[in-house]
Design a protein around this ligand. Structure first.
Ligand SMILES: C[S@@+](CC[C@H](N)C(=O)[O-])C[C@H]1O[C@@H](n2cnc3c(N)ncnc32)[C@H](O)[C@@H]1O
Length: 242
């Protein structure tokens, strides 16, 4: 997916209002499993953090002594990321997934956490297909994307069956694609073997800061939907079976 000026300016406002400091505690065990697989595969691995945002995961892996390339197309996010960097070996790359894939550089592990379910279905499919060009054969992908049970699925303008564009709130104007398990398997399996899958679900408290900036109608719709934040956690090994 090539980030259009419009899309990157939407992320720009997300980070300008302080968005992006997202927690990973609910999938910390999955990240540890991914790390174990990577270091068994390669003794001094390099990880690509795709859509690194303000860098929480980049810093997690740097703190474990792993080399990281943090790819983040949004300038405001990159500034936050650079200021927050821990000691360790880290390169910052301003390109998006497709531009990186065209370059031919490959990594022992690729993290795509909450970064590849934005844009149209075609954009997201193109970005997911690019992943195989970024992961070394035998290396691992960690993919974290919203499921079709996520509470935000009703929020804003419906663009397609599983695509919504929030009309207010911190992610205003950014299209979100919500995936079923079967859709993701179809996209991943030609190049990857799924070695781990879990649904990460948690209740979002009604008083959460997340709801600041939403209209009452948007809040009510999300409350009716059940306020369950729901993401697929995939770890997949690049095999190229076909
Ligand atoms: C919700 S934030 C997630 C940040 C971080 N991964 C986390 O979980 O905290 C999504 C980020 O993905 C980036 N992004 C969106 N589309 C992308 C693409 N095609 N390739 C790389 N990054 C992308 C955006 O610039 C944004 O910073």
């Amino acid at each position: 997916m090539t980030l259009t000026n419009q899309v990157s300016s939407e992320w720009h406002s997300f980070y300008s209002i302080g968005g992006g400091r997202l927690s990973y505690s609910s999938f910390a065990n999955d990240l540890a499993t991914f790390q174990n697989m990577i270091v068994r595969y390669q003794c001094d691995p390099v990880i690509l953090d795709l859509g690194a945002g303000s860098g929480e995961l980049t810093n997690l892996f740097l703190g474990k002594g792993i080399r990281v390339v943090a790819a983040e197309p949004d300038r405001v996010a990159r500034d936050v990321l650079i200021c927050s960097l821990r000691n360790g070996i880290c390169c910052i790359d301003p390109r998006d997934t497709e531009a990186l894939a065209r370059d031919g550089e490959m990594y022992d592990g690729v993290l795509a956490v909450r970064s590849l379910n934005h844009g149209s279905v075609e954009d997201v499919k193109a970005a997911l297909l690019s992943l195989s060009r970024l992961v070394n054969r035998g290396g691992y992908l960690f993919l974290y994307v919203a499921t079709d049970n996520d509470f935000r699925l009703v929020q804003g303008k419906r663009v397609d069956k599983l695509v919504y564009e929030p009309l207010d709130g911190p992610e205003k104007g950014i299209q979100h694609v919500f995936f079923s398990f079967a859709q993701l398997i179809d996209l991943l399996e030609p190049q990857f073997a799924v070695v781990h899958h879990r649904i990460d679900e948690k209740c979002v408290p009604t008083e959460s800061a997340y709801f600041e900036g939403y209209s009452q109608q948007a809040r009510d719709d999300m409350i009716d939907r059940g306020l369950v934040s729901s993401h697929h956690v995939f770890i997949a090994k690049r095999t190229d079976k076909c």
